[in-house]
Design a protein around this ligand. Structure first.
Ligand code: ZN
Ligand code: ZN
Length: 336
């Protein structure tokens, strides 16, 4: 590695004094080069975090845009009569970009000082071992899932729904790009679940590298985008890991406007009974298909669409009720 200029040499000496560069992997050397090139850790971390989010969010959404454009894949579409149009996808993209640039970009420069203040490693090398990172990432998944399970239910009540979460429910048949289509306050509230786990973990253990947080965020973005994709393939993760939520779980939430409040795992909705309508619906679809074994594929699809339409009609009523319900749930109190 060659660094030119006094500024770069200063950063190198200041941040990496005593580091044995020959012992570093290619990725670790690139990490050092990034921090030295930018010359300011606050900007280097902020910029890397923002770019990571943009590249992964839109990069992961592109395959779903292509899949939506190819009729062959409709056989695995959960709501096959609702394919997002290019105009809808573009409108959604503009909205997501707008909130990324107006909300996230100004706030991201606080990330490095906050992380460092809590004792998180940022520019430091070498990276932690995989066996250190894996259980930390599992904890972040667990924490976020439970946080989201509670906060998402709160967002389904009264003023919080009417003024905040209603935007995310614009699409009763979601698509990948719609994962972050939400009110800025919702991005903040639910984003807390993603970032608070690492911050708390770091505060209490003093043993966390930002690379682990980045890996977690990449996985979380994949989870969120795939859950909104609208497709359930035979090879989708929930068909391999039964407690994984996936699109099959979250698509129902958008279609029925109720049940299935968590993100990654199915267990909380199952334990607290917020998946009963979803399971009844699945049982009805299976029973109808079982009773029509000898019917044509078209006839089977027709009955499934009829059941979907019923659930969606119930969802419209449930949405109106949610808007009229008090913030703390329970009794219906008219919100003017
Ligand atoms: Zn919701
Ligand atoms: Zn959603």
């Amino acid at each position: 590695m060659a660094f030119n200029g006094t500024a770069a040499t200063d950063v190198l000496t200041e941040l990496y004094a005593g580091t044995d560069f020959s012992a570093l992997s290619w990725l670790e050397q690139s990490w050092v080069a990034w921090y030295v090139w930018i010359g300011n850790p606050v900007i280097a971390t902020g910029l890397m975090s923002f770019l990571l989010h943009e590249i992964v969010y839109f990069g992961r959404s592109i395959p779903w845009i292509i899949i939506d454009a190819i009729p062959y894949f409709r056989q695995w579409k959960l709501q096959p009569n609702k394919i997002p149009t290019p105009a809808e996808q573009w409108a959604c993209t503009k909205q997501v970009l707008f909130s990324h640039f107006t909300i996230e970009l100004p706030a991201i420069w606080l990330f490095h000082p906050t992380a460092e203040g809590l004792g998180m490693q940022t520019y430091q090398v070498p990276f932690p071992a995989l066996k250190t990172m894996a259980p930390q990432i599992f904890f972040f998944f667990f924490f976020e899932d439970f946080f989201h399970f509670l906060a998402h239910q709160a967002l389904h009540t009264g003023v919080l729904y009417k003024h905040i979460h209603k935007i995310h429910h614009k699409y009763s048949a979601p698509f990948g790009l719609a994962a972050e289509y939400a009110h800025p306050a919702e991005v903040f509230i639910l984003g807390t679940g993603t970032i608070l786990g690492p911050l708390l973990y770091c505060y209490f253990t003093q043993n966390l590298h930002i690379l682990t947080v980045y890996i977690w965020i990449v996985l979380r973005l994949f989870q969120a985008i795939d859950a909104h994709s609208g497709y359930d393939f035979p090879w989708s993760l929930h068909n391999i890991i039964p407690f994984w939520s996936g699109a099959e779980h979250h698509d129902f939430h958008h279609m029925a406007f109720t049940n299935n409040f968590s993100t990654s795992f199915r267990w909380w909705d199952r334990i607290f009974g917020t998946d009963t309508k979803y399971r009844e619906y699945r049982a009805r679809v299976d029973a109808a298909k079982g009773a029509m074994k000898n019917a044509t594929k078209e006839q089977q699809d027709a009955i499934e669409r009829k059941l979907m339409a019923e659930v969606e009609a119930e969802g419209v009523i449930a949405e109106a009720e949610a808007e009229a319900r008090g913030v703390l749930g329970g009794k219906k109190t008219k919100v003017q």
